[in-house]
Design a protein around this ligand. Sequence first.
Ligand code: PRP
Length: 194
Amino acid sequence: MPIQDYHDFLDKILIPEDRLMARIAELGAEISRDYAGEELLMVCILRGGVMFLTDLMKHVTVPHAIDFMAISSYGAGARQSAGRVRLTMDLRTSITGRHVLLVEDIIDSGHTIAEVLNILSLRQPKSLKVCTLLDKAERREVEVPIHYRGFVIPNEFVFGYGLDMDEYYRNLPFIAVPDLKRYRPPQPDLEGTS
Ligand code: PRP
């Protein structure tokens, strides 16, 4: 069955493209002012933060490199002493002695960013800060520092602009809320390979 057209289950557009772009330009300018005279490593946590990183870095005028890391969340009940997320792809570059800015699409419970901060702080960066496009503040379970924040959003499921529904729709240029009653998840193919 083909992937459903998002119009079929769109409830509302929460943040349209022009507001996203304007706010991202402001964040980039703020970051550029704060790190003036310094160099920066912008670290994106795959995969949701990719669109935000690429738009944000266009507005960051201080010299900066980028790198990527990936983590996976443990399911409820599958607690591990190391925390609730596991590093599945590490950075390629060393962060010791460097200014590091973590770039996230959304902070929800806070567990992901808390664990990433734990992991990276052990490597003794010169500084370690957090930039998130979306802050679903009502859902926070652990306190995490947020140095740059695009938008505080209500406790609603959102998709688009990097955020997925079953891995699709990340390409949409706006943040939207689905009507889940009208959403039909993608079906695995008969070979069971998707
Ligand atoms: C999302 C998002 C954050 C995390 C936030 O990633 O990109 O990394 O969840 O949730 P938390 O604050 O409750 O930990 P997700 O696991 O959906 O993966 P993705 O980025 O590949 O879509």
